[in-house]
Design a binder for this molecule. Structure first.
Ligand SMILES: Nc1nc2c(ncn2[C@@H]2O[C@H](COP(=O)(O)OP(=O)(O)OP(=O)(O)O)[C@@H](O)[C@H]2O)c(=O)[nH]1
Ligand SMILES: [Mg+2]
Length: 190
């Protein structure tokens, strides 16, 4: 969080994290489309993110302009150094889960990777605002919500369902994380 009180600007960094192909880029593409923002994608190979995608979203509140810089990590493990780099200075995370039964183990293990990525910058998962998005609810082999909430779960974090490819749940997810950051900021300014 960067606060420039003379200009009334607060900057937050939100990172979409989660396994490869879970739908992180699709989320921010849809968010950009719905909010009329331009998406900047670096070095994509086909649909796979090699570096990151980026958009900026502004919200005015309490006499401040809140600026959200929104990034996606590349989920593929061969890009783990880039993933770490994208996580630098993160304020909040949207953890995008692929609901497919075949991806259950990988999703669950990736929570450990998220935790390590935060620790690398001195942050604890428990204290970081995180929203878990169960994406691809349209898949024929999508696990029941209750199974995912039990198996791919971080205590105390909000969860939301989505079909990012159709834009369903995308704005709701972002609003949840933005709300948490707003509350954190309000507490900070008293
Ligand atoms: N069926 C279905 N497919 C989806 C959904 N969301 C995304 N996809 C598809 O999943 C594939 C991967 O989506 P991306 O958004 O590129 O995934 P990513 O998480 O950015 O992947 P990496 O950049 O490799 O980490 C694409 O073919 C998307 O169209 C969804 O809700 N349902
Ligand atoms: Mg991507």
């Amino acid at each position: 969080m960067i606060v420039d009180s003379s200009k009334g600007i607060v900057r937050f960094k939100v990172v979409y994290h989660g396994i490869a192909l879970s739908g992180k880029t699709t989320n921010i593409e849809q968010l950009a489309k719905k909010s009329g923002l331009d998406l900047l994608s670096f070095d994509t190979k086909g649909e796979r993110t090699l570096v990151f995608d980026f958009i900026t979203k502004k919200i005015k509140t309490d006499g401040f302009t809140l600026t959200f810089s929104i990034y996606t990590i590349p989920g593929q493990n061969i890009y783990k150094d880039i993933r770490r780099m994208v996580m630098r200075g993160v304020d909040a995370v949207v953890f995008v889960v692929d609901s497919s039964e075949k991806k259950l183990k990988e999703n669950a293990e990736f929570i450990g990777i998220l935790s390590q990525d935060l620790k690398a910058y001195g942050k604890e998962l428990e204290e970081t605002p995180v929203v878990i998005q169960y994406n691809k609810r349209d898949l024929p082999d999508a696990l029941p919500l209750e199974t995912l909430q039990r198996e791919v779960y971080i205590p105390g974090k909000k969860t939301v369902e989505a079909v990012a490819i159709r834009g369903t749940g995308v704005v709701e997810t972002f609003d949840l994380i933005a709300q948490e950051l707003k509350e954190k900021f309000r507490k900070m300014i008293g």
